[in-house]
Design a protein around this ligand. Sequence first.
Ligand SMILES: [Zn+2]
Length: 181
Amino acid sequence: MVYVPLQVTPPGRSPNARGEFRLTYGDTLPYRGEKCEIKASRLGRTAWADGVFYIRPGLAPEEIRKACMGIYRTQAKEVLGQKVKAFAEKMGVRPAKVECRGNEERWGSCDGLGQINYSWRLMACPEDIIDYVVVHELSHLKEFNHADSFWALVEQFIPFAREKHRQLEITRRALRECNFI
Ligand SMILES: [Zn+2]
């Protein structure tokens, strides 16, 4: 249960009157700790590949935003799915259900039924922060609290977990620099 609102802005660009940012081709978005450029796909495909967000050419800013969000969601399902599987195995836990959403301003959550939710926005974070949030929520399957025993469990799998927890706030601020999510 990590609460962090996300807002991102591209460097050198400014918000419009509504405080929103207008994405365009050539802008970069954060993806797993890297800055990845948005490019028009000559094949008209929408996908992330080799550090690039490929989207259809000729889209308006809001369509670009939607296309990129779609890519984040697709990637989140795949990447978070793999990470959850690997860590759950290591930790000896089994979530009842895992979903990737992103409608709320939370990185992740775990309820009393063992259902875990991760935000697709996590894909904008550096790899070690993604891992930390994955393990944080999986740890709630054993420790439904934030007591010392909870942190001890998290730190078995993520060294310096408390430090990474603090880094989430820094990440949040960094993400503000490049808009959109
Ligand atoms: Zn928590």
